[in-house]
Design a protein around this ligand. Structure first.
Ligand code: PAF
Length: 276
């Protein structure tokens, strides 16, 4: 595996491999089994696998956890090597954003729902870095976890709308044995919160089952919220059901329904979702 830190080195490697299929896995590091699933799929589908580790300042708000986002480059490098990554790109913020262009990408309506409501500008920042990474790496396929369902919906829509020559591949959420979705931020949970955190997934399942049995979405959402309130010390940011991937209110015509939640614990805001 080759580790590169500069855009120039990366461009040279991509140029040499321009006849090969490239699978790309963008990450913010502190890799876990969820990332491993993305890397494994990329490895199986492509000639070359490129992964990036970059804690992207553009997608963090002023009061968010940019400075304390967990980092372990040594462990990540080992994990990427073991997963068969060919090129690991680890740029600095200066390398990624050497000057301020004053030009921004604004997501619009898709970012007014779910996480976008409490994280203004977050998805604009995600598209800023993804655009740069796609242009630099020119991947055939790019891999994203279903756990970040809104991010995935926004990236799919963006790529479609602006004809990026890349296939976005959805990879299912990887969970701990008790059902908690794997996340780099789980490390911030206290022992008690870790026990409670599984109830996000349970609440989503309860909401989905209630909806399937009663066809009453508002009852389903209420039951889901009550479950989180009675079984965790966390504060609900949202628990909602929307069509997927358009993120519109559910109607009789809706094909796939996304049940999604975000909950604030003491030092971590966790998200999870399930799709019908
Ligand atoms: O999902 C993430 O880890 C990040 O949002 C991504 C896609 C790597 C962009 O910084």
């Amino acid at each position: 595996m080759k580790t590169v830190q500069t855009v120039n080195e990366l461009k040279q490697i991509i140029a040499i491999n321009n006849t090969k299929t490239i699978g790309f896995v963008p990450t913010m590091g502190y890799l876990h089994e969820g990332h491993q699933a993305l890397l494994n799929k990329a490895r199986a589908d492509n000639d070359i696998v490129v992964a990036s580790i970059f804690v992207n300042p553009a997608q963090f708000g002023p009061n968010e956890d940019l400075d304390r986002y967990p980092r372990d480059i040594e462990r990540d490098t080992q994990l990427a090597t073991d997963a068969g990554v060919d090129v690991l790109f680890i740029p600095s913020a200066e390398e990624m954003y050497p000057f301020e262009s004053g030009i921004t990408i604004q997501v619009g309506e898709l970012s007014t729902k779910l996480c976008g409501e409490s994280r203004p500008g977050h998805f604009d920042g995600v598209l800023k870095v993804i655009t740069k990474l796609f242009h630099l790496i020119q991947p055939t396929n790019a891999y994203f976890g279903q756990k970040d369902a809104q991010q995935l919906a926004i990236i799919e829509t963006f790529v479609n709308a602006y004809n990026f020559p890349v296939q976005i591949v959805r990879v299912p959420t990887v969970r701990e044995t008790d059902g908690l979705a794997k996340s780099s931020r789980n490390v911030f949970l206290s022992e008690q919160e870790r026990v409670e955190a599984v109830h996000l997934y349970k609440a989503l399942q309860l909401a989905k089952i209630t909806w399937e049995q009663t066809n009453d979405l508002s009852e389903a959402i209420t039951k889901g919220k009550e479950h989180i309130e009675s079984n965790t010390s966390g504060k609900i940011d949202y628990l909602e059901a929307l069509s997927y991937p358009s993120l519109q209110p559910v109607t009789n015509e809706t094909k796939a329904v996304l049940f999604a939640t975000a909950v604030f614990f003491e030092k971590a805001r966790l998200i999870d979702n399930i799709l019908t």
